[in-house]
Design a protein around this ligand. Structure first.
Ligand code: AMP
Ligand code: ZN
Length: 136
C-alpha cells in the first residue's frame, strides 16, 4: 500500500524526483537532502510501512541485504573509512518522516560527526532486572 500524503511513498515510487543510487521492484535508495556526511543515503521501501514494527519480516531481510550491498559499493566508490546504519522508530527516537527508512552514513576520519549516546552506568542488579523484564 502507498499512503497518499507520505513524501517517502512519493519519492520511493518516483512521483517526486530524487538523487537515486539504486532501485528495484521493492526499494529505492536515495541521497539524503540533509546529509550527515558525503554520500549519506536512505533505503526506502516502495510500500508504506511507518516503522520497523510495521515492516514485514521478508522486507526486513531484503532491506538489510541491500544495506550490505550498498555499503560495499559506497565504501569502494567513496573511499570512506567506516559506516553507520541508523534506523529511527518513533518521534522520541528521532524519527521525523514516518515511512520506514534506513540511514546509511559513510564515515570519514575528521568528518566531525558524532553518532552515539551517553552511556549509563547500571548496576549488575539493574541489568538483571531489565533482562528479566524483557525476557519474562
Ligand atoms: P528521520 O529523522 O530518521 O525520520 O530521518 C529523516 C531523513 O529524511 C532526514 O535525514 C532528512 O534529511 C531526510 N529527508 C527528508 N525529506 C527528504 C527529501 N525530500 N529528500 C531526501 N531526504 C529527505
Ligand atoms: Zn510512505
Amino acid at each position: 500500500m502507498k499512503k497518499d500524503d507520505c513524501i517517502f511513498c512519493k519519492i520511493a515510487n518516483g512521483s517526486i524526483p530524487s538523487k537515486t543510487l539504486y532501485e528495484d521492484e521493492q526499494f529505492r535508495v536515495i541521497l539524503d537532502m540533509g546529509p550527515a556526511a558525503k554520500g549519506h543515503a536512505l533505503i526506502l521501501p516502495k510500500e508504506h510501512f511507518a516503522n520497523l514494527y510495521e515492516l514485514p519480516e521478508e522486507w526486513c531481510g531484503k532491506a538489510f541485504c541491500l544495506a550490505k550491498k550498498m555499503a560495499e559499493q559506497m565504501t569502494q566508490k567513496l573511499d570512506c573509512d567506516g559506516f553507520n546504519l541508523v534506523q529511527n522508530n518513533g518521534e522520541t527516537a528521532g524519527q521525523t518522516v514516518f515511512h520506514f527508512h534506513i540511514h546509511m552514513i559513510p564515515r570519514y576520519q575528521e568528518d566531525g560527526q558524532k553518532i552515539g549516546w551517553k552511556p549509563l552506568s547500571p548496576t549488575p542488579e539493574e541489568l538483571e532486572a531489565v533482562r528479566a523484564q524483557i525476557c519474562g
